[in-house]
Ligand binder design. Structure first.
Ligand SMILES: Cc1cc2nc3c(=O)[nH]c(=O)nc-3n(C[C@H](O)[C@H](O)[C@H](O)COP(=O)(O)OP(=O)(O)OC[C@H]3O[C@@H](n4cnc5c(N)ncnc54)[C@H](O)[C@@H]3O)c2cc1C
Length: 419
């Protein structure tokens, strides 16, 4: 029987212990693109009528990782180091798919993102074949259902697996303005991150496109790299725009325009046109057409684009959000216990390769520690309860004592050892 109605789905979730941690917003927290609509038909509710399915004795994997960018790969390696099995799914819609090189990552500065991922996967394959597994290439996770002590994960090939924990490393997408030339230029002369890409345009012509206050911020970040910067504000400045800029950058008009000689054009960009044929950053040159006045010539264009989640899984699971990011605790666990969100998708406020890898590492540690604790408690001999003479309080105290001893201690020990 195919699952149909939303109310049944909610009923199903709310009847599960895990669901107590869920937050079900009244209204969607972000406006969701049509093509990311939830397909509830992927669930087969008959799977959950048996107690064994709800509380399996054997698990396919310790952890399922969704996403194979730097965050997902870091989680896979980290879990393997402590002999935890993981299955990684990747639908291969990487945020930096179009960019030519990654920068500002030790040992990888100037590396091609595809080569970085391939090298990491090979290293994991070679060193940890018993622990790290990959779903067939380009497999998308279509549904995740919480069980009593873990999760059942569905993919678009009609398969399902169980795991004790799930790490979502599903990333975000940049929503570019629907303007001619933008999609082609993004990652190839048009960027959002001064640290990642600004240096390639040292002493060259830059355009910064965005609301005045934030555009001034980006322009100032790159002012040491080049003095040839034009801010394009998207249209005539309103009082609101000027007040916002003044609040953040006092006397901006004097300092930005006169002292730093940054030009401000109160126009909108209508299209960008590539005017150079080479493919390397040194070859980048664009004609930036405005809705008034002549076009600008730019080697690099920096824009402020909003972002959305790449996957809709957080929506299906009713995860608590922080704007368009998934809200996580310090250990990167979401509002749904046992399900972690790492990398660009979470609300740490950083979206770069370092953060992706670090946050995944943090989640992997937390997965391992919490599974170890669960396993330990399940190994407590039933004799313990018998010794207590059936005294429920005594038994409970024993459990609490064990929990106290092994939870934080394991993590502190791990940190002390340099984990
Ligand atoms: C133009 C550009 C240039 C950049 N340059 C740099 C740079 O130089 N240095 C730097 O540090 N950072 C850079 N970044 C940022 C960097 O790309 C991201 O911070 C990083 O990729 C985040 O890693 P992630 O693993 O969280 O997400 P991603 O790399 O986006 O990976 C997410 C993966 O999850 C998969 N996925 C999503 N949903 C599902 C699903 N349901 N089932 C299966 N798989 C799924 C996606 O297909 C994707 O493969 C750049 C970004 C852009 C846009």
């Amino acid at each position: 029987m195919a699952y149909r109605g939303v109310s049944l789905w909610r009923l199903c979730l709310l009847s599960l212990p895990f669901a107590s941690a869920l937050t079900i917003p009244q209204e969607p927290l972000v406006k969701w693109p049509e093509d990311q609509a939830i397909d509830n038909d992927v669930f087969n509710i008959t799977d959950y009528t048996s107690l064994d399915d709800w509380n399996p004795k054997n698990w396919d994997y310790d952890v399922v990782i969704v996403g194979g960018g730097p965050a997902g790969l870091a989680a896979s390696m980290s879990l393997a180091r402590v002999a935890r099995t993981s299955l990684l799914y990747d639908s291969q819609e990487y945020r930096n798919e179009q960019t030519r090189y990654m920068h500002d990552v030790l040992g990888q500065d100037g590396e091609v993102p595809l080569r970085f991922r391939t090298t990491v996967r090979k290293q994991i394959d070679d060193l940890y074949p018993d622990y790290s597994f990959w779903a067939t290439r380009k497999t998308k996770v279509t549904g995740i259902v919480p069980l009593e002590k873990g999760f059942r994960v569905y993919d678009d090939g009609g398969r399902q697996v169980t795991a004790k924990r799930v790490i979502l490393a599903t990333g975000i997408k940049d929503v570019l303005p629907d303007k001619q030339g933008f999609a082609e230029a993004f990652g190839r002369g048009m960027f959002w991150c001064p640290w990642c890409d600004g240096h390639d345009y040292k002493n060259r012509k830059l355009v910064v496109y965005g609301k005045l206050a934030s555009a001034i911020g980006s322009a100032l970040t790159m002012r040491k790299l080049t003095t040839d910067i034009t801010i394009v504000t998207g249209g005539p400045l309103t009082k609101e725009d000027k007040d916002a800029a003044e609040a953040r950058w006092p006397s901006w008009e004097t300092v930005v325009k006169n002292t730093y000689k940054i030009t401000i054009r109160e126009n909108d960009i209508v299209r960008v046109e590539r005017t150079a044929s080479g493919t390397e950053p040194k070859d980048d040159e664009y004609r930036v057409h405005l809705n008034g006045g002549g076009p600008l010539v730019a080697n690099g264009i920096f824009i402020h684009a909003p972002t959305v989640q790449t996957s809709s899984l957080h929506k299906q699971l009713r995860l608590e959000m922080d704007g368009s990011s998934v809200k996580v605790k310090d250990n990167k666990e979401s509002s749904l216990g046992g399900l972690y969100v790492v990398g660009d998708a979470n609300n740490d406020g950083s979206t770069n390769a370092y953060h992706a890898m670090w946050s995944a590492k943090r989640a992997a540690v937390s997965c391992h520690v919490s599974i170890s604790r669960q396993e330990y408690l399940e190994s407590v001999p039933s004799a313990t309860a018998a010794t207590a003479g059936g005294d429920e309080d005594f038994y409970q105290r024993q459990i609490e004592e064990i929990e106290f001893q092994i939870s934080d201690d394991m993590e502190h020990l791990y940190k002390t050892l340099g984990g």
